[in-house]
Ligand binder design. Structure first.
Ligand code: MD3
Ligand code: FE
Length: 215
């Protein structure tokens, strides 16, 4: 047996990216079927949509939400709200598999007791990207954020506490889970434009679940 460090399948399962930031490679694989079913149920009740930034730009990433609170953006700003602005109804319930995954991953990363009340679901097709930003719309930044990558691989940009600081590139693949907490919680981050490709289960897309305690 040789250890091929260039084969992503051979890399260690748990990797500290920075203080408070832990990458759990393939952590979501055992629940992939339940996660995909959950995404289908959420999208059936609250379809994908392209939000507009306060500056009037249409985001290339399509989004929806589930759980008690959902993240939205429009000309008046960014916020969490309990209802889907498209339908006026509450966001669909958080699928049990999302909740179980988030609790387990957070505990594994050193954040026991994490209870998310918001899950933003992001869909990237080739060319879609997320520019460098901080997540600061949540009430209490002491709670970590759990992110789950499904489908096509992406390159995640992990910056510093200020926008101008150098960024680290972290390749994220299907099933990878990252827990961002503690001193990493307010670091700048983004996602490079998705490359073309086909994933056996998801086709030409990447879906990211971002689980947060927002309220
Ligand atoms: C690093 N989504 O929706 S979650 C977002 O892949 C967002 O769709 C990304 O950033 C995506 O806001 C990645 C990863 C993430 C979330 C919060 C962080 C990384 C973070 C907070 C601090 C540092
Ligand atoms: Fe973010």
């Amino acid at each position: 047996m040789t250890l091929d460090l260039f084969d992503p399948a051979e890399l260690p399962e748990r990797q500290a990216l920075a203080p408070g930031a832990v990458l759990l490679r393939r952590w979501a694989l055992p629940s992939e079927a339940a996660l995909l079913e959950g995404i289908e149920a959420v999208v059936a009740a609250a379809p994908w949509r392209h939000l507009v930034t306060p500056g009037g730009l249409r985001m290339s990433v399509a989004m929806t939400n589930c759980g008690p609170l959902g993240w939205v953006s429009d000309r008046s700003g960014y916020r969490y709200q309990a209802t889907d602005p498209e339908s006026g109804r509450p966001w669909p319930a958080m699928p049990a598999a999302f909740l179980a995954l988030a609790r387990g991953a957070a505990a594994q990363a050193g954040f026991p007791g994490f209870e998310p009340d918001a899950c933003l679901v992001n869909r990237y097709v080739p060319g879609a990207r997320l520019s460098l930003h901080q997540d600061r719309d949540e009430r209490d930044h002491r709670h970590p954020i759990v992110s789950v990558s499904l489908g096509l691989p992406a390159v995640f940009l992990f910056g510093g506490q200020a926008r101008g600081e150098p960024t680290q590139r972290v390749p994220l693949q299907h099933g990878d889970v990252v827990v961002w907490g503690g001193p990493s919680r307010l670091r700048y981050h983004g996602v490079l434009a998705l490359q073309e490709g086909r994933h056996p289960l998801l086709g030409a897309q990447r879906v990211n679940l971002t689980l947060r305690r927002a309220g």
